[in-house]
Design a protein around this ligand. Structure first.
Ligand SMILES: *[C@@H]1O[C@H](CO)[C@@H](O)[C@H](O)[C@H]1NC(C)=O
Ligand SMILES: *[C@@H]1O[C@H](CO)[C@@H](O)[C@H](O)[C@H]1NC(C)=O
Ligand SMILES: *[C@@H]1O[C@H](CO)[C@@H](O)[C@H](O)[C@H]1NC(C)=O
Ligand SMILES: *[C@@H]1O[C@H](CO)[C@@H](O)[C@H](O)[C@H]1NC(C)=O
Ligand SMILES: *[C@@H]1O[C@H](CO)[C@@H](O)[C@H](O)[C@H]1NC(C)=O
Ligand SMILES: *[C@@H]1O[C@H](CO)[C@@H](O)[C@H](O)[C@H]1NC(C)=O
Ligand SMILES: *[C@@H]1O[C@H](CO)[C@@H](O)[C@H](O)[C@H]1NC(C)=O
Ligand SMILES: *[C@@H]1O[C@H](CO)[C@@H](O)[C@H](O)[C@H]1NC(C)=O
Ligand SMILES: [Ca+2]
Length: 624
């Protein structure tokens, strides 16, 4: 769950009076209609509408959110021309874009705490009657300009929020705890679901006014990881807010997710062995080699982690040689001014710890660690399953160990996201990410279960985000494209499958598995992305596809009724198949290649489906 900080120092403008009427804007809009404008002319039109005064004049006077007070004096607006949006996982990119860059702040009646909003508004003739809301990653609620750019490609006015955290690069964990250690519930709820909702409501109204349009403005959301959770937080609560959402690898069921980041260390404690990262990476490579062809295509991509789970036994790695150079210290975004001890450490530890050069051969215990890690969490007394884990082909980041140079030995590493959840959210203590309330050596699987239960009591209505009843969203005609890298090593793909299944059961009780899936697939589809890692292609399986044009598919579904029976994707890693177009199967159908890997079918395979849906009766509550 990497968090990418956004960089924008937004200085609130001094108050200035303005005199701009809606009619002059409308005239301008009418003047632009029907003309095919050179980029030069377009830019001129843009600089006329993209002024502080004009934006102030089109701020919604009131919103459906009672007590939300926009601050006209805070508006900034500047025309940006010839801007290039680089290609990324989320967009093929585009250059020579002109847009209006707007920021505005608001507060709630009775409070002077400020939240900053940031919108990119396409040049009027490029506006396609779309609004796109974007989210963040890690504990960040925004992806800044990177997210804003994705919408411009689709002619969408695009928005993001700083959540009220104080700056565009402040994360929730920086501000969740007040100096006296109490939780700031306003900011927790802002992060949980309120801030994206408010940014969307304001953004939709602002767009209608700015473009002076009476047409329907289609409303979308796009985000991955924490951004995926944020998308779900909206779909679950606000049935008529979005017409379509693209939600990737969501960090929902968050309490399980964060606590389970500590599971790798627990497994190593139980096996009594702390393998070098290199040993685990060798096992992962063996898995990829051994499982590649189970999907019918020899391309270095494990498209069927379900078959892999059924067929691969880690003991076949025992004795295999491993040899790794020292890993570089992790690269992470620059830090904001460090206000408190521990915060920088929390962010840094979202990344794998550095490791020295290592060589050797895979041990029996190393293979045992892998096997138990893949198997998931079980209750020590009942031996029943509590929760799931990662598929064997995913990088075992959460099981990576820490090297201690003073003793020249390896020990358990405390996964930063797990530690910050236990320290900040459960204990309400600002602590170093290298510490837990009990020594990591002493943490057991049953302790993880206890922490999950404690977390559920505290956070079911905020970050947990697994409400399975989507009746309002469905009734309003909303569409959902949910995707997840099948070899994601930060959030298990199975987490998405469990939720999709929970929605199916909740929305269509009493219907058969096939009938309910058919009904669900009319508006909500889950696509597992073969080989992909966390919200991105996976360097270990570089021939894997990624749905880079997912917003095209979402728009086609929402605006033209074209159901993405299979989702378009492109191989854009560095593999030999780079550039190849592929499609992704809609769960529960699974990919299977034939004709020597040239034709892919989406097949129904009950045995494979069952591997995704284990009975989690080791946990005392239903797991949605
Ligand atoms: C957008 O506006 C913000 C706030 O004024 C500013 O920091 C940022 O640099 C602007 N971005 C562009 C691309 O002009
Ligand atoms: C737009 O930017 C590109 C570089 O990205 C540059 O080559 C080109 O000259 C620019 N065009 C204008 C009209 O400024
Ligand atoms: C903690 O600080 C907040 C904000 O300053 C204050 O409202 C709250 O009462 C304090 N709580 C305790 C237990 O001191
Ligand atoms: C894996 O292989 C080992 C050794 O052959 C065997 O003892 C073990 O039961 C196998 N595990 C599974 C899950 O099949
Ligand atoms: C950790 O476990 C060891 C035994 O494995 C025990 O001696 C020690 O007291 C425990 N420490 C804490 C703080 O629980
Ligand atoms: C569900 O549909 C699949 C084909 O999509 C079929 O193979 C399977 O038998 C069906 N299951 C039931 C219970 O009808
Ligand atoms: C999917 O890809 C096909 C073939 O490249 C293309 O014709 C179609 O327009 C794409 N669909 C969407 C929604 O992008
Ligand atoms: C199958 O495809 C591979 C490349 O993926 C190729 O090297 C091989 O010759 C093909 N085999 C046949 C029988 O066509
Ligand atoms: Ca393959």
């Amino acid at each position: 769950m990497l968090g990418l900080a956004a960089w924008c120092v937004c200085i609130l403008g001094a108050f200035s009076t303005f005199d701009w009427t809606m009619s002059s804007l409308k005239q301008l809009a009418i003047g632009l209609t029907g003309l095919i404008l050179s980029s030069q002319t377009a830019a001129t039109g843009l600089s006329a509408v993209c002024t502080k005064e004009n934006v102030q004049s089109v701020l919604p006077a009131s919103t459906s959110i009672e007590g939300l007070v926009l601050v006209p004096a805070s508006v900034t607006a500047n025309a940006v021309t010839n801007y290039s949006i680089p290609a990324s996982e989320q967009t093929p990119g585009q250059s020579h874009i002109d847009f209006c860059n707007v920021t505005v702040s608001y507060h709630h009646a009775g409070s002077n705490a400020i939240t900053n909003l940031w919108y990119w508004l396409p040049v009027p003739e490029a506006f396609q009657n779309r609004f796109l809301a974007t989210g963040g990653g890690g504990y960040a609620i925004t992806s800044g300009q990177r997210g804003l750019g994705t919408g411009l490609v689709y002619g969408a006015a695009t928005g993001t929020t700083d959540g009220g955290f104080g700056s565009w690069n402040t994360q929730l964990t920086d501000v969740l705890l007040r100096a006296n250690g109490t939780i700031n519930y306003d900011l927790l709820y802002a992060f949980g679901y309120k801030a994206i909702h408010e940014m969307t409501i304001v953004g939709k109204e602002l767009s209608k006014n700015f473009y002076a349009t009476n047409k329907k403005v289609y409303s979308y959301y796009s985000g991955c990881s924490e951004g995926g959770r944020e998308g779900w937080s909206q779909v679950q609560r606000y049935g008529n807010q979005f017409d379509g959402v693209a939600v990737g690898a969501p960090a929902f069921r968050q309490v399980f997710l964060q606590v389970m980041h500590l599971f790798g260390a627990v497994v190593e404690n139980e096996v009594g062995y702390y393998p070098p990262q290199c040993e685990l990476s060798r096992i992962t490579q063996d898995v990829i080699d051994a499982c590649d062809e189970l999907d019918g295509k020899k391309d270095g991509v494990v498209s069927r982690t379900d078959l892999c789970r059924l067929h691969y036994n880690a003991t076949s790695s025992v004795g295999k040689a491993y040899n790794c150079a020292a890993s570089k210290p992790p690269q992470f975004p620059p830090m904001p001014l460090g206000k408190r001890d521990g915060i920088q450490e929390v962010r840094r530890r979202q990344f794998a710890p550095p490791a020295p050069a290592a060589s050797g051969s895979v041990t029996v215990k190393g293979a045992q660690v892998a096997t138990d890690f893949w198997r998931g969490l079980f209750d020590s007394q009942t031996k029943k399953q509590v929760y799931i884990s990662y598929p064997p082909s995913a990088s075992m980041d959460d099981a990576f160990t820490a090297y201690d140079a003073s003793t020249d030995s390896y020990g358990p590493s405390i996964a930063g996201m797990g530690a910050s959840f236990v320290n900040y959210f459960l204990r309400e203590k600002i602590a170093s990410a290298n510490s837990l309330p009990i020594p990591i050596h002493n943490v057991t699987g049953d302790q993880l279960t206890a922490w999950i239960l404690e977390g559920l009591q505290k956070y079911s209505d905020t970050v947990q985000t697994n409400w399975p009843y989507l009746g309002d969203y469905h009734k309003n005609g909303g569409k959902i494209i949910h995707y997840h890298g099948e070899s994601d090593g930060s959030i298990p793909a199975g987490s998405s499958v469990l939720y999709h299944e929970a929605v199916r059961r909740t929305m269509y009780p009493g219907q058969s598995y096939n009938a309910s899936h058919a009904a669900l697939a009319d508006w909500y589809r889950l696509f597992l992305v073969p080989g992909a890692g966390h919200c991105s292609p996976n360097p270990q399986q570089p021939n894997g596809p990624f749905p880079q044009t997912i917003l095209d598919s979402l728009v086609a579904w929402v605006e033209h009724g074209q159901t993405p029976v299979q989702l378009n994707a492109t191989v854009f890693g560095r593999g030999s198949l780079a550039g190849q177009s592929q499609t992704l199967c809609s769960f529960p159908l699974r990919p299977l290649w034939r004709a020597n890997g040239t034709v892919m079918d989406c097949v129904y395979d009950q045995v494979s489906i069952d591997t995704w849906l284990p009975t989690l009766d080791g946990f005392p509550l239903p797991v949605y």
